[in-house]
Design a binder for this molecule. Structure first.
Ligand code: SF4
Ligand code: FES
Length: 348
């Protein structure tokens, strides 16, 4: 099947979605995603971040689709023509969706552990001329203890359902879900059950915002201060392939490896994620590479480090000279009692 997105034509197999075709093309044509997750089944269609304009339905029925369509759940038709980055309507709608998602999302990025790898933060920064018009009070929900490993901050949740799908598909019993609808919707465990399945830690990785964060890493570091390494271990439960987030020789966090779309490559078990924080537990492969524009690259030494030359002599010595003058003992006169004491010490 042929599909043209922003003037670029590609052939794809039947059943491919517009988003998947856009990802094959790459570049600016790829719509942002907050709820779709390629590694999970039945994911997508919740957030509306990936809206595109379909200017030609198909070869057989070339009429344009009157409404913008979510690309993550729209199947490609032969001869379809789509406008993504080239559609002012789609861009305006995505901007409106971003504003909508931020209505109740707290702006606590400076203290949120997800800062630097938050899809909503990235989306907001990438949205041209973004401005929120919301002046009302945000809806807040009380926090809830959901177990020893995962911290839940409901206020940050954007109800994308990724963690719900993950719990359905990766763990043997799901104990959490979205309760209520509309303004009352909230992610919660049923009757305060705790989430303790062997693969539950992957919810932390799939959560696009800071609603689910790693309790063992919470407030330990900003992630751009960590050195990131690919590492593996022999694990009977999962592939054992992880990213280590290190501070010096100390492993502060273990996470699954993520691809260029910020999606987990292979899900890992809780034992690898939470119980192996010693360097000896892992075979370290190489520094992990990230998108070159990502804040995660700050402090990442896969980049050659530049030698910094400071003009020490003039500035520092000038400062030191004036300091020395200010605190010089010669400027402070002794009184007679002090002089007598000095004389006495010398005589002794
Ligand atoms: S907790 Fe995170 S992954 Fe789960 S629904 Fe909310 S935003 Fe999505
Ligand atoms: S990514 Fe398509 S609707 Fe959310």
């Amino acid at each position: 099947m042929k599909i043209t997105i922003d003037g670029q034509t590609i052939e794809v197999e039947a059943g491919t979605t517009v988003l998947q075709a856009a990802r094959m093309i790459g570049g600016d044509s790829v719509p942002p995603t907050m709820c779709y997750y390629s590694k999970l089944k039945d994911c997508g269609g919740k957030c509306r971040c990936c809206l595109v304009e379909i200017s030609k339905g198909s070869e057989r029925d070339p009429r344009p689709m009157p409404k913008l369509q979510p690309s993550c759940i729209t199947a490609v038709q032969d001869g379809m023509e789509v406008k993504s980055a080239s559609s002012p309507r789609a861009l305006a709608a995505r901007k409106a969706v971003t504003e909508f998602l931020l209505i109740n999302h707290p702006l606590d990025c400076p203290v949120c552990d997800q800062a630097g790898e938050c899809d909503l933060q990235d989306l907001t920064y990438k949205t041209k001329d973004f401005k929120s018009r919301f002046i009302e009070n945000k809806v807040t929900t009380p926090t809830e203890d959901i177990g020893p490993y995962i911290s839940l901050n409901k206020n940050r949740c954007i109800i994308c359902y990724r963690c719900v799908r993950l719990a359905d598909q990766l763990t043997n019993k799901r104990v959490h879900g979205v309760l209520g609808r509309g303004d009352h919707a909230q992610i919660s465990t049923y009757i305060k059950n705790s989430i303790d399945n062997e693969f539950s830690g992957n919810m932390i990785d799939v959560c696009p915002v800071g609603a689910l964060t790693d309790k063992t890493f919470r407030f330990q570091s900003r992630i751009w201060f960590n050195k990131k390494f690919n590492a593996h271990r022999d694990c009977p439960k999962c592939s054992g392939k992880v990213t280590l987030w290190m501070f010096g020789d100390h492993i502060q966090r273990v996470s699954a490896r993520k691809d260029q779309w910020h999606e987990v490559e292979e899900f890992i078990c809780n034992e690898c994620r939470f119980d192996h924080k010693q360097v000896e537990d892992w075979t370290i492969e190489q520094p992990r590479k990230f998108d070159k524009r990502s804040v995660l690259n700050v402090n990442n030494y896969t980049h050659p480090t530049q030698k910094v030359q400071l003009n020490m002599d003039n500035l520092t010595l000038e400062g030191r000279a004036s300091d020395r003058e200010k605190i010089s003992m010669a400027m402070i006169t002794y009184d007679s009692r002090e002089l007598a004491a000095i004389k006495k010490t010398k005589e002794e």
